[in-house]
Design a protein around this ligand. Structure first.
Ligand SMILES: Cc1cc2nc3c(=O)[nH]c(=O)nc-3n(C[C@H](O)[C@H](O)[C@H](O)COP(=O)(O)OP(=O)(O)OC[C@H]3O[C@@H](n4cnc5c(N)ncnc54)[C@H](O)[C@@H]3O)c2cc1C
Length: 399
């Protein structure tokens, strides 16, 4: 088993293929992510002097905003919901450490933090913790190492979260530029001045950085005049966005290993995994989490809250001889399909890199796309890929 699912020296494609054949849950794309290089202060000259509108205040929108702030560019962020963070949403009052309802692990080296804030020597006063050889996972009833299930470079935030990072290091400089409850409905880029209409107001700008989840474009939530180029529209329509669902269950005792991987059908790609959400935290609380995307969400996403916890406890009782029901305290869950301005998890792992690269291309040097779905095609579906795409979009915009 260990040999079969180990992934040292494999390409990302081979790794994902093996994982999908075996139905192993891989949190995201750790292998490819390793290929990123840092490029501080990439922007050397800055000829652009107009106004930029950033649509969406998730990891990409905030990263783009911070870069523009550093460059002294006039910009504003229009966010549809009443808070920033998007898929980094975090519950702060469930237990005594932050619960990441979306993005949870750091999939790349910590140097990404310096890259996001564009400061090589930033002093980071929070810790992240890797898994060790002591930790183990159950896969189809057998013990396997964390490395076997693709957790070898992933790190957990300790008493902190991806959202906290943005809140602490970026938000103080850009919060005055954030406008909430501004649901962008249309973008007219016919003339030099781009006109952006929201549910409440009309804005004009010279350039737009659009970071809404690609699912919103698939749903035609924003009307473009003229319509987006054909290749872009085709890529949007072709892209598969995975459903996403997470649940966190507090127990009075820890009766489970660090992770429990499950097989999902190779014909219906997806991932499902239970894991110790309290891992490494300075806390006595025991929280087990469920992470599912794609077909992995099927059993859970339609259930009512009471049906959901019954289903989860039954499933865990079968593996752990009834210990789940007897130790259950409380739970919370997050159905990403039901988030009104997000509508899903992220572009699925098996998407063609060419399609993703097309999604990332700018339009007429006026609309720039940034976000986890709009990358250069080398990586997607993570906070670091969203941030990297924002840096790329800003560099392109300022040339
Ligand atoms: C279940 C789950 C687990 C994950 N786990 C990890 C992980 O462990 N590690 C990791 O690195 N990544 C993880 N990710 C992925 C990561 O969360 C995302 O890739 C990243 O946060 C996306 O950032 P973004 O800025 O591209 O998009 P978003 O965060 O979705 O931001 C887009 C913003 O646009 C706003 N918006 C939408 N429509 C409009 C409109 N019409 N007008 C104005 N605003 C609009 C939205 O409200 C939102 O705030 C996970 C995601 C999910 C769903």
């Amino acid at each position: 088993m260990r040999q079969l699912i180990g992934h040292k020296n494999m390409t990302r494609k081979e790794f994902i293929k093996i994982c999908s054949l075996l139905g192993i849950s891989i949190p995201l794309q750790p292998l490819l992510a390793k290929s990123y290089q840092t490029d501080y202060n990439h922007i050397t000259s800055n000829k652009f002097e107009g106004k930029v509108l950033i649509i969406g205040a998730g990891a990409a929108g905030l990263t783009a905003a911070y870069r523009l702030f550093q460059k002294g560019i006039d910009f504003q962020i229009l966010e549809a919901s009443s808070s920033y963070g998007g898929r980094m949403k975090t519950a702060v009052d469930f237990v005594d450490f932050p619960i990441p309802l979306g993005a949870e692990w750091l999939h790349v080296e910590r140097s990404i933090f310096s890259k996001i804030v564009n400061k090589p020597n930033i002093n980071l006063d929070f810790t992240t913790k890797s898994y060790t050889s002591e930790d183990y996972s159950l896969y189809l009833g057998e013990e396997v190492s964390m490395e076997d299930i693709g957790f070898d470079i992933d790190q957990k935030f300790i008493g902190f979260s991806w959202l906290d990072f943005f809140k602490k290091y970026l938000i103080p400089s850009i919060e005055d530029t954030l406008l909430y409850n501004q649901v962008v409905k249309s973008i007219n880029y016919t003339t030099d001045k781009i006109i952006v209409k929201t549910s409440k107001d009309i804005f004009t700008a010279d350039k737009v950085i659009l970071t809404t989840p690609v699912k919103m474009l698939k749903n035609n939530a924003i009307e473009f005049t003229p319509q987006l180029p054909e290749d872009k529209r085709k890529a949007i329509n072709k892209t598969t966005v995975w459903d996403g669902f997470k649940a966190f269950i507090e127990f009075s005792e820890k009766f489970y290993p660090t992770a429990i991987g499950f097989k999902t059908s190779p014909r219906k790609p997806g991932q499902k995994m239970y894991y110790d959400a309290s891992y490494g935290q300075n806390s006595k609380r025991h929280v087990l989490a469920l992470f599912t995307v794609g077909s992995g969400t099927l059993p859970y996403k339609q259930l009512s809250d009471s049906e959901l916890i019954k289903y989860i406890l039954n499933e865990l009782d079968e593996i752990f001889d009834g210990k789940a029901s007897s130790n259950y305290i409380k739970h919370i869950s997050q159905n990403w399909n039901k988030e009104p301005f997000i509508n899903g998890a992220y572009v699925y792992d098996h998407e063609s890199w060419r399609t993703v690269r097309e999604l990332g291309k700018s339009v007429h040097n006026k609309i720039f796309f940034a976000g986890t779905a709009y990358t250069d095609g080398s990586d997607w579906g993570s906070v670091h890929s969203a941030a990297n795409s924002a840096i790329r979009a800003v560099n392109e915009l300022l040339v």
